[in-house]
Design a protein around this ligand. Sequence first.
Ligand SMILES: [Zn+2]
Ligand SMILES: [Zn+2]
Length: 317
Amino acid sequence: MRIVSISLPTPFYIGPVNVYLIAEDPITIIDTGPKTKEAIAALRAGLRGAGFMVSDIRRIVLTHAHEDHCGLARSLRDEAKNAEVFVHEWETGHRVGRLEYAEHRHLLVRAGVPDDEIAGMRKMYEGVRMYADSFDDHEYNPLWDEAELEFATGTLRIVHTPGHTPGSCSFVREADRTIIAGDCVLKRVTPNPILSPDPVDPSKRFPSLAEYLVSLARLRTFAPTLVHGGHGDVVHDYDELFHRYIRAINERQAQVIGLLSREGSSPWEISRAMFPQTDDVHRFLAVSEAVAHLDLAHSEGKIALELAGEREIYRLQ
Ligand SMILES: [Zn+2]
Ligand SMILES: [Zn+2]
């Protein structure tokens, strides 16, 4: 089963995205790139280089529904007639937009984000949304944890690896312990646990960092020899990366706790103290990071949480 990595340009800060062609029947692509002329041209060139065309694609599988990964799914499906789309049910970005407005607004208000900042984040997101088409519920097939994608001479095991997003999935070829991990594993940066509503109860927040730690440990049980991430180079030494991530998460958690006082702070205030220079999309990522670490520290009993009206205030115990 031949796995061909194709790098596509994106208009986003993260840089190019990796998509993967599984060059075996049924011809499958894992992730698609954003909906831009440049990305589709690069994808066509990459497919051609491997001896294929878009019309050969039978399955479009998404690691998660961020625009840089899922943006072209609808156009590819339409061009490759009858290709099927697969994504985890907890991934909502393929529907009417990743930021279901009311639910996300509620999470941002709880995190202490001021109204004008929420409006700015919303506007910024409207711009990002243009890089992906949405799907209706009946237009995709759900990916199930522990199910398999079958190919003529092998299988890829589906492993639900929530954290970066609630419905993130990885794909494991057990024969040689190769993993395609989307944004769960990135060689150079620690992936951001994005602030998300809980898919089971959207009035709650998804415990993204706690889930992410479980996902990292779960991937480790496969003793991977090679991990293909959503951006950047392949990872040969997963154990080294695993320990580096754990160290980075522990250091960040200590930093967040160090910024708290007995009077307490909102996640928004902590995010501004951690990343004073950030603007635009990065303010949303910064508040996501602050919430994720405060949430984890609180669930581990290290800090206290109170509500001031709707807003959360974390403080030293
Ligand atoms: Zn992502
Ligand atoms: Zn990504």
